[in-house]
Design a protein around this ligand. Structure first.
Ligand code: FES
Length: 95
């Protein structure tokens, strides 16, 4: 079983067990860490976090809330991003 950890900078804010199929924002609720969301459908970018470790797939056709350069910096969307295995995320966007 994997672990989803939420950090801000070097500070660990919370962690929770990975539940397959659940989004990062939902894992945040379980961990007691609020990921701000708005559209919850990949459009607005409000829920953007930074993937530090592990894997969160992005759709082949990027949703409006993401673009190539920031994805390379680790940007993912909490509302639609589903972790596979252990992940560490910073709750702030990469830039
Ligand atoms: S809440 Fe709008 S992209 Fe996630």
């Amino acid at each position: 079983m994997g672990l989803v950890r939420f950090l801000r900078g070097a500070k660990l804010l919370g962690q929770t067990k990975l539940v397959p199929g659940m989004t990062i924002a939902e894992h945040g609720e379980d961990a007691g860490v609020e990921i701000p969301t708005n559209c919850t459908s990949g459009n607005c970018g409000t829920c953007m976090i930074t993937l530090l470790l592990g894997e969160i797939d992005v759709p082949e056709i990027l949703p409006p809330g993401l673009y190539e350069e920031i994805v390379e910096e680790g940007a993912r969307l909490g509302c639609i991003g589903i972790p596979s295995g252990d992940v560490d995320v910073d709750i702030l966007p990469p830039i």
